[in-house]
Ligand binder design. Structure first.
Ligand SMILES: [Fe+2]
Ligand SMILES: [Fe+2]
Length: 269
């Protein structure tokens, strides 16, 4: 399906912005195992080609906002920033098999099984390239609070790897950025409505933030008490929590801008 031009323009701006980030991070040139800009675009492109524009835009936005989030945490190590942006850019890339059109209430156990495996599959994709990026993708649902009777909560359960201290801290920040974006746009894959580009992009670019107070409350409720401390030696010592982190994200305008894409795009009204 053709994407309307004015939406395409906005996607283009996000793509350019993210590509600049990739360039500035000086990702190593393509070699057998090295993480490269080409590799990341290829991974993102698989989602775009599958027509999952909501997922694609979600990953562009999350990776850009996550870079800001790492800065907010005081991280400036270029290697860590590189891994962080890479992990964020691919965190949901393996959701493309998820059958969106299915009404959440009618989803079969096997549909959930596919969905539940997306963090571990994204991790497998990134693992030969960058272990920190891989672990971030693998852990991005790990810090959600379990909700009885739903599939939400930490998954896959249990994780079958030993994350580093950096991966643990950064994946919490990634989880917050991820949750914030999902809560802001209602493109949560569970909306029982026809799933087509125009609808998705409308939600994302124009009416994506119907009630910011509710989004703020939801993200605070889910992650406000999350412990964000880091005692390792590869990054500056960090001692904060979800509440403080969120406050900074809102103060600096990474979260809570009037328009979802305002910081990166100016959608035509
Ligand atoms: Fe996810
Ligand atoms: Fe996500």
């Amino acid at each position: 399906m053709e994407v309307p031009t004015r939406y395409s323009e906005n996607i283009k701006k996000l793509e350019v912005e993210l590509d600049e980030v990739f360039i500035n991070l000086k990702l190593p040139q393509v070699d057998e195992k090295g993480l490269s800009r080409e590799f990341l675009w290829e991974a993102l492109g698989r989602t775009k080609e599958a027509g999952k524009y909501d997922q694609y835009l979600h990953m562009l936005w999350v990776s850009l906002a996550f870079k800001d989030a790492m800065m907010v945490l005081g991280i400036n190590n270029p290697e860590i920033l590189k891994s962080g942006v890479a992990g964020a850019a691919c965190h949901d890339v393996e959701r493309i098999e998820y059958p969106y059109i299915v009404d959440a209430k009618k989803m079969k156990p096997q549909d959930w099984e596919i969905l539940k495996r997306h963090p571990e599959r994204a991790r497998a994709l990134l693992l030969p390239k960058d272990i920190l990026a891989a672990d971030l993708a693998g852990l991005h649902h790990e810090w959600q609070k379990p909700k009885p009777g739903t599939f939400y909560g930490p998954y896959p359960n249990p994780i079958n790897f030993e994350p580093s201290q950096e991966a643990q801290l950064l994946s919490k920040a990634l989880a917050i950025v991820d949750f914030y974006h999902r809560a802001s746009t209602t493109t949560n894959g569970r909306t029982p409505r026809p799933w087509y580009e125009k609808y998705v992009l409308d939600r994302l670019l124009r009416q994506g933030r119907p009630n910011q107070d509710r989004v703020e409350q939801a993200v605070k409720k889910e992650y406000g008490d999350l412990d964000l401390t880091y005692k390792g030696d590869k990054m500056p010592k960090i001692r904060t929590n979800g509440q403080e982190f969120l406050k900074k994200m809102y103060c600096l305008g990474v979260f809570g801008a009037d328009d979802l894409m305002e910081r990166y795009t100016k959608p035509e009204r």
